[in-house]
Design a protein around this ligand. Sequence first.
Ligand code: ZN
Length: 381
Amino acid sequence: MRTTADILQHYESIRSDQESFYRDLHEHPELSHQEERTADGVSKRLSAWGFTVHTGIGGTGVVGVLQNGEGSTVLLRADMDALPIREATGADYASTVEAVASDGTSTPVMHACGHDVHVACLLGAARLLAEHRDAWQGTVIALFQPAEETGDGARGMLTDGLAAQIPNPDVALAQHVLPGRSGTVGTRMGPVLSSADSVRITVYGRGGHGSMPQNTVDPVVLAALIVVRLQTIVSREVAPTDPAVLTVGSIRAGAKSNIIPDDAVLELNLRTYTEATRTQMLAAIERTVRGECIASGSPKEPEIEIYDSFPLTENDESVTARVADAFSAHFGDHAGELDLQTASEDFSDVPRALGIPYTYWGSSLPQARGWAGRGIERVRR
Ligand code: ZN
């Protein structure tokens, strides 16, 4: 029987392989739903280590299953996609990749959210588990998910029959790199990442010449009033003890200074930590928009469309306690509590659909660029 110390010594010997694979991934980032090269590299390695590999799940998703006798079945998840951002780090393995986005435009691509780190970490764990089967028992499922950034990669794997291709896990674990003190890990019980929803609202006026506003219903003024009124949802309707965010990130109307347009389009993003608050805020947004349209004499009902929804990530208490204890035992004072994050993730779609508990933790590595990429991505959209 090998000891943990033996396994860690072995880890030192695979470290350079792992790092060169990480650098290769970083240099060759792929956009959401386009992770073919990454998935290929992952599946070849898993196969070589003796995993039963399923590819092409939900597009480019890969799952490796390693059965090793009686015991628990544990699902470990990493996401694989990169962001439409030009890299400016100056690293000698920086990305110069350009790709065609889903809207047909060409864009630079960068692993700015650290999913290359996640893939390299999970492969490292998979290899250690495969090469030390005498040190554990049970089944490990290594799940490499596409399209986390677009929020539909986990759902895509589920609707493509993920559950039928794997033994039902007892627990699911995932991590994200975050900005923070290098070499630390943090766990958190209960809500850890917010749910997120984007909302597109089209309001209708009656266009006309800017010199004769009396003959029009001005959708620019209507949209402006909606923006102001929406600010009262978090400040006046949500309890101060319940964190929530509502941002109007885009407002578009008209093309010329002296023409009153026919309509205006607003795009909102909200973040919440309970389903009740999410439902409450979505209802308040709809009520506010419809009310302002009536007040302005809008000639047509507004259109309200919810898109890019991410689920709430809410860590199971007993699973999180067990992982936190293991981290403390191994990492000592480099393990601690993770702050509540206002970012969002679709990882929990998988354990929620499979009916199993999960935990999601944050780690800070020297290469980590944390959530900055997500912020940039939102601006770009
Ligand atoms: Zn990410």
